[in-house]
Design a protein around this ligand. Structure first.
Ligand SMILES: [Zn+2]
Length: 187
């Protein structure tokens, strides 16, 4: 897991107080996460790391775009992301008995740890920042910026006359159209 190392924060060597770390996240980090549904992104992450005596306060600012397929037209969508997350890091030995160990806002680490790796945290925040329904935005006039050819076809007539048999247009040989056609037939 060597490539994860650049997301290690060697907190033992840090003075008390605020430290700022900056990262530029792209497909390289995503490729380290096997189950990641997204493969490419361009996200600036700024981490405000405040070291206190027995607790670390982490504030993550994410800003940039994630490459996804549009849920409406299936074309590439550079989804803008702008979000902020906070998390606390505490030592296990200091956990109060009343504190549940599944609190998503607190991470407990072993007293012997010297580094905190934030790669998976950044990944989780990136996924959390994406809306469930991801579509191209409307332009200033309120018109969809989706692929118009696809939209027209989807809205087109639904008869069972076969698809594009007498249509020599190369657009219809595009494998993405084939995928759409299968989707449509399922409905
Ligand atoms: Zn679209």
């Amino acid at each position: 897991m060597k490539s994860f190392e650049k997301y290690d924060i060697p907190f033992v060597g840090l003075k008390l107080g605020l430290h700022i770390f900056s990262y530029q996240i792209n497909g390289e980090l995503l490729s380290l996460i096997e189950e990641s549904p997204v493969k490419e992104c361009d996200i600036a992450v700024q981490l405000e790391f405040t070291k206190r005596e027995n607790v670390f306060e982490l504030g993550f600012n994410l800003s940039g775009t994630v490459d996804v397929d549009c849920d409406r037209c299936n074309d590439l969508l550079k989804l803008p992301i702008e979000d902020r997350y906070k998390i606390l890091v505490k030592f296990k030995a200091l956990r109060e008995s009343s504190q549940p160990d599944d609190d998503p806002d607190i991470i407990f680490i072993d007293k012997n740890e010297t580094h905190l790796n934030i790669a998976e945290l950044i990944y989780e925040f990136l996924i959390l920042s994406m809306p469930i329904y991801k579509v191209h935005p409307d332009d200033e006039d309120g018109n969809s910026t989706c692929n118009q050819a696809v939209m027209e076809w989807l809205e087109g007539d639904d008869s069972d006359e076969g698809f594009g048999e007498e249509d020599e247009d190369d657009t219809f040989n595009d494998p993405r159209w084939e995928a759409l056609r299968k989707l449509k037939q399922k409905k």
